[in-house]
Design a protein around this ligand. Structure first.
Ligand SMILES: NC(=O)c1ccc[n+]([C@@H]2O[C@H](COP(=O)([O-])OP(=O)(O)OC[C@H]3O[C@@H](n4cnc5c(N)ncnc54)[C@H](O)[C@@H]3O)[C@@H](O)[C@H]2O)c1
Length: 348
């Protein structure tokens, strides 16, 4: 079987999730890892019998690496991605692709120029529940879409923000409860409901003293298809609740919690609904980020997305979530921040 050789740049919290996921994909092989902190690279390399590097550019010289997972802090990716593209490596980047659309466009331009694939990790799209909702929308089972909502009522401790100097900064995190944590559900909402026409938002830092970015945000949305919606995001709500995405239409409603369907009802029933209802008893395939970023996160979402990315490389097709798809949620979050700053509605 043909295998895609992977390298990882950034071996902090999420780098090891990528390593475990690559290891669980039959057509992928972890070749090398890199981190500016030598012990982080050594530890992960040891675990997977991979080669450690402290200089990612040296790692990019390897011919047995075709794809690179970029797992460094969000605002450090543009230059690294440009160098990966120039070295001819396909790029699978963690979310958000970068901290502004301007910086994301640098990455898209470089990957277009050097003819490499660009993917953005949004593992929630790979949950079975998310796929079913998307399919039902494509089959017009909801009828006229009326409301689409995302609720991310999470908790992040003071220790979480203090655990690395880039967290909770505009420059390197790009924002707070929405740009870092809520972005998964915002991406799902856009994937389901389509583009937003107009947004009116408010944000603040309500509970984390000294934090630059928001730990509380609300936004009302008007989608291009005429439906309305709401986004509520926070990292200041103890103990943290499952992340919800709701889609409501004139002929049906569905609600996801952490990628798992908790409500699924349509005016016109189909045989598949019995199976879907039975599957609702199972627990989330993704785990939950409700109260801390990693302890309850499962690798399955990353595994599915990395498998899709490896197949895209081998088959010469686009990945399921490419760079332009990855850009959409950041664009909306930028507009939410702008609306909150100006205190008025913004056309997107
Ligand atoms: N998809 C998800 O569910 C999920 C979960 C957690 C984090 N993330 C994303 O992953 C990214 C990293 O988050 P984290 O929590 O792992 O951060 P982290 O601070 O724990 O790890 C980042 C690592 O990158 C290394 N690094 C920094 N600059 C580097 C460079 N130039 N070359 C090589 N290594 C470098 C750091 O030394 C550190 O080990 C963020 O963008 C975050 O949004 C995604």
């Amino acid at each position: 079987m043909k295998k895609v050789g992977f390298g990882i740049i950034g071996c902090g919290n999420i780098g090891p999730v990528h390593a475990a996921a690559i290891n669980a994909v039959s057509n992928a092989k972890l070749v090398a890892v890199s981190d500016v902190v030598e012990k982080n690279a050594m530890k992960l390399a040891d675990q997977y019998n991979a080669e450690p590097y402290t200089d990612y550019k040296k790692m990019l010289e390897r011919k047995d690496i075709q794809a690179v997972c970029i797992c460094v802090p969000s605002g450090l990716r543009a230059e690294i991605a440009e160098n990966c593209a120039m070295a001819g490596k396909h790029i699978l980047s963690e979310k958000p692709l970068e901290v502004t659309t301007q910086r994301i466009d640098r990455i898209i331009k470089a990957t277009d120029k050097y003819g490499v694939l660009l993917g953005c990790i949004f593992q929630s799209r790979f949950a079975e529940g998310s796929r079913l909702v998307k399919q039902a929308i494509e089959q017009n089972r909801f009828g006229k879409l009326v409301l689409g909502d995302a609720y991310i009522k999470w908790f992040r401790s003071k220790e979480y923000y203090a655990s690395a100097s880039w967290r909770g900064t505009w420059k390197l995190d790009g924002g707070g409860a929405l740009m870092n944590q809520g972005i998964h559900q915002i991406d799902l909402l856009l994937w389901f409901m389509g583009p937003v026409k107009r947004v009116y938002a408010q944000t603040q830092c309500i509970a984390h003293e000294g934090l630059e970015v928001e730990d509380l945000a609300t936004a009302t949305l008007e989608f291009q298809n005429g439906a309305y919606g709401v986004i509520e995001g926070s990292t200041a709500i103890w103990p943290g609740h499952p992340a919800r995405v709701e889609v409501h239409g004139f002929e049906g409603s569905a609600v996801l919690e952490d990628g798992k369907l908790v409500f699924w009802k349509f005016n016109k029933r189909k045989p598949i609904d019995v199976k879907v209802e039975q599957s609702m008893a199972k627990e989330s395939e993704l785990g939950s980020g409700a109260s801390d970023p990693l302890s309850a996160l499962k690798i399955e979402g990353h595994r599915r997305q990395i498998e899709d990315f490896a197949q895209a490389i081998l088959k010469g097709r686009k990945p399921a979530v490419d760079g332009r798809e990855g850009r959409n949620a950041v664009e909306l979050i930028e507009k939410i921040y702008k609306s909150a700053r100006l205190g008025k509605p913004i056309n997107v």
